[in-house]
Design a protein. Sequence first.
Length: 178
Amino acid sequence: MTEGPLRLVIVEDDPAFARTLSRSFERRGYRVHHVASPDALALLLGAAAFDYAVVDLKLGTASGLTAVQMLHAADPAMRIVVLTGFASIATAVEAIKLGASHYLAKPANTDDIENAFGRDSGDSTVPVEGRKSSIKTVEWEYIHATLVECDFNISETARRLGMHRRTLARKLEKRQLR
């Protein structure tokens, strides 16, 4: 980490959410940069370094996991928090493997994100729930894992799942990935 203001990059394709998050972190003393895609992030990483990053999992048609990988490659000590509107086991595991420090489900506020930046290790006291997954939850997690494998390509995901593309599109409309 550096002396002076903490440097934060927000990788988020929703401009309103990014603006709100940026302002909140700026009030806390962070120097904030915002990009909306992995391509824009690549350009920014060539010109600046960061202590922290907040990455949306779904960036339009791109995957936030690509951004996590790029950020971790640029600086393995960077604290990276992934945000997503639908948390799944598959994407949480992949995000952590690729270098994310923490994974939060939306809605998450600045306090939640800043607390995640500060956590260096896991918490073994978190209760292990005995709740069984419903068939719908298992189906959704399987669909989501396949989406991640296919880099969010709907046609390829439908092919691998053995379902019609329109059927998959209807299922995805019911449960947004944001």
